[in-house]
Design a protein around this ligand. Structure first.
Ligand SMILES: O=C(O)CCC(=O)C(=O)O
Length: 291
C-alpha cells in the first residue's frame, strides 16, 4: 500500500470546491488489470437476459450486443476490484483526502453504454445513504478515455456547502433526482465536466450536486466508483441503501475506528463493532470483566 502521506493532495481545494479532478492518476499496470477484469464481466453479461444481483442491464441488452448500465458491487465480485478499493490506489487516495483512516461503504462500475447510455440526473449522494457526518466521498476512475460527448461526471463546485435537496418527486415517491424547480435554480453554467484520459480520477463529496449526460459516442464510458467515509463516521441503518451495500462494507482501512460518537451534542462511548464476530451478551461481558 502506498503511504497516504506520500500522496500530494490539495485538501484545501477539496474542502472549498467539494471535488477533485486528477487526470491520468491511475498508472498503466493497475489500469490494464482493471480494464481486463471489466472486459471479462462484459463477456459474462452476455449470458444474462435481465438485470440481476450482479448486473444492471438496459432493456435492449442481449448476448450479441451487451448494453450494461452497471456492475453491482465490484469489490464483492472480483479480487482485483477489492484490492484496488481496499488496499490500493483508491483507498490510499481516500485516506489522503480525508486525512486519516477510512471506512469503505460501497462500490459500483457504471458503464454508460455507447449510443445513448442513460444520463444520471442531478442529485446529491448523502440522501441515498445518510451517515453520522458529511465526510463520505466517492472516488471515480475512468477505465477508458472519456471526452465531452461520452457523458462525463459533472459537478457544481461549492454546492456541497449548500442545501440538501429533496430527492422525492412531487408525488412523494422516491426519484433519486432533484426536482425540476430546484434544478431551475441551479447555475448550470458553473458545472465542471470531469473528462480525461483512461485512469483519470474524480473525487466528489457526498453533498455536492452532480450528474452526467447520456453517452452520445460510439464507445461505452466505464466509470469505477468507490465510496468511503472517515473511519469514525457510521452509516445510519434503516435509511436508503445502508445495510445492503455489500459484504465488505464497513471495512476500516489505514487504521482503526473509534466507536465513540456524538449524537445530538452528547458523546456516546459506543461498544466495539460486533457486526462481524457476533455480539456477546451483557452477562458474558460483565462476567468477564469481573474476572
Ligand atoms: O456515472 C455517473 O456518471 C454518475 C454516477 C453517480 O452520480 C452516482 O452513481 O451517484
Amino acid at each position: 500500500m502506498t503511504a497516504a502521506a506520500t500522496i500530494d493532495i490539495d485538501r484545501a481545494t477539496y474542502e472549498r470546491d467539494g471535488y477533485l479532478h486528477l487526470p491520468g492518476y491511475v498508472g498503466a499496470a493497475w489500469l490494464e488489470e482493471l480494464q481486463a477484469v471489466a472486459a471479462a464481466f462484459v463477456e459474462q453479461s452476455r449470458h444474462v437476459e435481465r438485470s440481476d444481483a450482479t448486473f444492471d442491464v438496459e432493456p435492449g441488452h442481449c448476448a450479441d450486443a451487451p448494453r450494461l448500465r452497471r456492475l453491482n458491487s465490484p469489490v464483492d465480485q472480483h479480487d482485483t476490484f477489492a484490492r484496488f478499493a481496499l488496499d490500493g490506489p483508491a483507498s490510499d487516495l481516500a485516506i489522503a483526502v480525508l486525512g486519516g483512516p477510512v471506512r469503505y461503504h460501497h462500490s459500483k462500475l457504471n458503464f454508460k453504454w455507447s449510443d445513448g447510455g442513460e444520463p444520471v440526473d442531478w442529485h446529491q449522494d448523502i440522501q441515498f445513504w445518510p451517515h453520522t457526518d458529511f465526510s463520505p466521498l466517492t472516488i471515480g476512475v475512468y477505465l477508458d478515455d472519456v471526452d465531452a460527448e461520452m457523458g462525463p461526471m459533472g459537478v457544481i463546485p461549492g454546492s456541497h456547502h449548500g442545501p440538501l435537496y429533496n430527492l422525492y418527486g412531487e408525488d412523494g415517491s422516491w426519484s433519486g433526482s432533484m426536482r425540476a424547480g430546484d434544478i431551475a435554480a441551479l447555475d448550470l453554467g458553473e458545472v465542471a465536466w470531469l473528462d480525461g484520459p483512461a485512469g483519470s480520477v474524480t473525487v466528489h463529496n457526498c453533498c455536492i450536486v452532480h450528474g452526467s449526460m447520456s453517452n452520445r459516442s460510439a464507445r461505452p464510458r466505464p466509470l469505477l466508483l468507490q465510496t468511503y467515509s472517515r473511519a469514525d463516521a457510521y452509516p445510519i441503518l434503516g435509511i436508503g441503501a445502508n445495510g445492503v451495500t455489500g459484504r465488505l462494507s464497513g471495512t476500516v482501512i489505514g487504521g482503526t475506528a473509534n466507536s465513540s460518537i456524538t449524537v445530538d451534542g452528547r458523546v456516546i462511548p459506543g461498544a466495539p463493532d460486533w457486526s462481524r464476530r457476533g455480539a456477546p451478551t451483557i452477562f458474558g461481558s460483565q462476567h468477564a470483566a469481573r474476572g
